[in-house]
Structures are given as C-alpha cells and as structure tokens.
Design a protein around this ligand. Structure first.
Ligand code: SF4
Length: 485
C-alpha cells in the first residue's frame, strides 16, 4: 500500500512455559506491524503478578533485565496503535486491575462501539476509569458482575459488549482467548510442546517454533486452566460472521495464517481474480512494495505478463501516513520509493497496489514510473474502492479524506494520471478469499456495517470530533449524529 493505514493492535498469550516472558517478547516482536506505539507484558507465577509497559517499539520497551523480572510460566502481551484512547502510558495494554475477587489482566484487539453507553452507565454507578481505552470497560463489568465464578462473570460481561474484540484474558486461575460473536479481528490458537498459545497471527507462533492449530471461532472462549487443561465454550451464537476482509488484503503479514487461511496464498488468488476481471496488454507487472507483492505475483501468473521489481522501497524511513502535515507526507512519499529504470524504461507497466486511500502518494508514484521511462501505466487495485471508514479497530481517514468516497473511479484515474485503472469487485474479492458476505465484513467498500453504532453511524464531523476528543483524553460524546451511508 502506497499510503499506510495504521493497524490497531496485536495480542499474544502463553499458558505454561519456563520462559513465558521471553516467548511473549518474541511473539510481540513478530506482531510489531500491528502496532508500533506501545507494548506491554503481564506475567504470573500463580501467586504474584508482574507487569511492564512502555511507549515505543517492542525492542525499545523491553530489555533483558526487564524481561528477567517478568516472572512466571504464564504471560500475555500486547502491541498497540491507538484507535480509541489517548496515546499515553495509562492506555498501554495489557491492562491489569485489582478487584474484590483478585486481579485480572486483559489484552484487547478491536474497538467496542457501545463504549459511551457502557461507560456512562458504569460511571453513574460509581466506576472510576483510569484510562480512556474501551478495553477497561470489561474489567469494570467483571468487577460488577453478580456471578461468583470468574468464567461465568466473564461470559456475563462479554454479552454486554458490542463491537470488535479479540481478547486474551488472564487471572490467577485461567488464561482465556476469545473472539466477539462476529469474529471481526483474528485470533489464532497454537501450541508449543503441549502448552497452548494465543496470538493475533500465526507469524507469532513461527518465531518461537510453535505450531498453528486453528483459529479461535467467533463467539468462542478457549479456556486454559492452571493445570493446562483446555476447555472450549461457545459463549455467543453465530448467526453470521463478519471477519475483517482487509486483514487478508493488507493488514496481516503474508507469512501468517488467520481465519484458518494462508494469507500469502489468498493474496496471490486475489491477484489472479484481479487479472481475470480486466485483461491487460502490458510488458511487465510490478508491485507497490511490500504489501502488494503477493497480489502482483498472482496477477503475473494468471496474465502471463512477467513480474519484476520496478519499485524499491526504502525500509529505513518513517511511515508516510504518520507525518502530521500534507507537505511532510509528500516529501516522505518521494524518499520512500525509488523506481528501477532498467525494468520500466519503454515498457507498458501494470502497477498492482492493495488500495488507494487519499490518492496523493499514488499520483507521485505514477509520475515517478513515467519519469523512469514507462510508456503506459495500468493501475490495478487488489481491494475494492475504499469508500467508508472502519469503526472496528483500524484507524482509517474520514469519508471526506477518502478519494474513493468523493470521486468516481474514472476521476480517480485522471487524478492519479494512470492510463487505465481497475479495482477488484466485491464479488471477485469474495471469490478470491473463498468466502461469502455472510462470513466477511466488507463495510469499508460497501458501507454495509455488520454492527451499527447506537443511534446510527457518526457523520464525518462527529467521527473527527470523536477521534480528537479521545486524543485529548476527554469523555467520549454520547450523542453521535446519524449519517447513514
Ligand atoms: S470496515 Fe473494513 S477494515 Fe473495518 S473491519 Fe470491516 S473490512 Fe475490516
């Protein structure tokens, strides 16, 4: 993707290992692409609980001596990029709370959409929130549950949540991996020498030589007790599932398995379908590295047009999307990519990218490709037109900022100055992932949100206000104006 969308979070948990903190550190290291803002680990030896959190990358937050002090065979960890909650240390996960029945630690990936309702209700009954993340709400619900048994209290509390949550929850008795009833965010179950592991993506298993077993099912709790016994429990009905399809297109690492699927193979398949949907006469297929490479390889295989490395990415600069002003973003885009003239000169070039967000970076890249001597530039996008923001744990721009929401495809072509443009269709994408619209969320392409905000979707202005407010660390406004797509 030429313009980066920030990911939300990655989670990892291990039930019983003599080096649980080190294993969690490595798992988080493999999940670093899912969140670079902060990292944290909580461990337990069954009696005491130990924790460390910090702002920054995993390798910067943890040192050998810090990891040595994270004692015990059981651990959970989290990497975060904030989609709700201000960017400060109080919001770094896993959260760890003491309450009447002991302690509980929670690592959460996803966004709740009934936060303001739940928070207002809890505050009116005396709850005091330490952080501004929606994840803390579960701890308050647990503390207030009338159920004495921890697992019953957990189920009781989960049923009050509405939104996206893949979580790892730990207390002195249990380690629990769970997904919301729609299964919006991924969560994998793996094992290392018989000890269960939970993680957002299977690349976190590979790094510690663990084995992928399966995905945690939507609405399922996988419970590991102190003796290591596993018990699976379906806590919510699955009438339909809405797994985030953008994870397969872009967010997940291509060497991962998520939702029981191999991401690399799925991305190649998306490239194949993209090629079939719009046959193209060209001399070379290139990718916008790195996330589009698998789709470009699939496109090349299907079309018979050779793949080559037409653009090289500089991995040692900051992400363009993070820069605060348009002027700096433009500069960042220029230094991020460099064309390979020998590949592009005098060629008809197919450029495969996995989405267009604002369109500004793509225009610069196409200009760069033409300057390198390309005769024609045919843009092929391995996601459908990105028209709607995500409310389920991915930080996307508002509708006004999305070029797909404000322009027709032909206008986008003109704006980025491509000779032709084609986006994969939604049916084509579903065919490529071997799924249906009853299994995947495709809301950022068609506005069919599987869960609705109470009172309707926020308008652009209210979405912006909501984001600004949580960044300022204030209360989230309860009233959101209705603006249906
Ligand atoms: S709206 Fe898009 S990014 Fe968000 S969960 Fe749905 S498919 Fe994923």
């Amino acid at each position: 993707m030429s313009e980066t969308i920030r990911h939300a979070c990655g989670v990892f948990g291990i039930a019983d290992h003599p080096e649980a903190a080190n294993m969690t550190y490595l798992g988080l290291y493999a999940l670093q692409h899912r969140g670079q803002e902060s990292a944290g680990i909580v461990t337990t030896d069954g009696t005491m609980v130990y924790d460390h959190r910090g702002m920054g990358l995993v390798a910067d937050v943890f040192s050998e001596s810090i990891l040595r002090n994270l004692i015990g065979p059981r651990a959970i960890g989290h990497v975060r990029y904030s989609t709700t909650g201000a960017s400060d240390l109080r919001n770094v996960q896993p959260i760890l709370c003491q309450y009447q029945r002991g302690w509980v630690a929670i690592a959460h990936n996803g966004n709740l959409i009934n936060t303001d309702e739940l928070r207002s209700d809890l505050e009116s009954r005396g709850s005091i929130f330490n952080a501004t993340t929606d994840s803390e709400i579960l701890a308050h619900l647990l503390a207030r549950s009338r159920k004495d048994d921890f697992l019953e209290a957990l189920q009781d509390s989960l049923l009050k949540l509405n939104g996206a949550y893949s979580m790892i929850v730990m207390n002195s008795e249990y380690l629990v991996g769970l997904r919301d009833p729609l299964g919006i965010r991924p969560l994998c179950l793996g094992e290392l020498n018989g000890t269960p592991i939970f993680c957002s993506e299977s690349c976190a298993l590979d790094i510690i030589n663990a084995r992928y077993i399966r995905t945690v099912n939507p609405g399922e709790m996988v419970i590991v007790d102190r003796k290591g016994n596993i018990h699976c429990h379906q806590f919510a009905n699955r009438k339909r599932v809405a797994q985030c399809i953008f994870e397969l297109i872009y967010f997940a690492r291509p060497d991962s398995w998520i939702y029981g699927k191999e991401v690399h193979a799925i991305r190649k398949n998306i490239g194949r379908v993209l090629s079939r949907e719009q046959r193209t006469n060209a001399d070379v297929v290139i990718a916008i590295p790195d996330s589009s490479t698998c789709a470009a390889l699939g496109f090349a295989e299907e079309s018979g047009i050779p793949f080559d490395w037409g653009i090289i990415r500089n991995h040692y600069i900051g992400r363009t999307f993070i820069e605060p002003t348009q002027r700096i973003r433009d500069f960042g885009a220029k230094i991020k990519y460099n064309p390979v003239k020998a590949v592009l000169a005098d060629k008809r070039v197919v450029v495969v990218d996995d989405s267009i967000v604002r369109g500004t970076t793509m225009r610069k890249i196409i200009k760069m490709i033409r300057r390198a001597g390309a005769r024609e530039v045919h843009l092929r996008i391995s996601a459908p037109v990105f028209r709607y923001p995500c409310y389920y744990g991915i930080d996307t721009p508002t509708r006004n900022e999305l070029i797909g929401a404000t322009h027709q495809v032909e206008e986008i072509r003109k704006q980025v100055r491509a000779d032709t443009i084609h986006y994969i269709s939604i049916p084509g994408l579903l065919e490529a992932v071997h799924g249906t619209d009853k299994e995947y969320c495709t809301a950022c392409f068609n506005g069919k949100y599987p869960l609705r905000f109470p009172g309707g979707l926020p308008s652009d202005d209210n979405l912006r206000l909501w984001k600004e407010t949580v960044q300022r660390n204030e209360d989230i406004p309860v009233e959101l104006a209705v603006s249906e797509p």
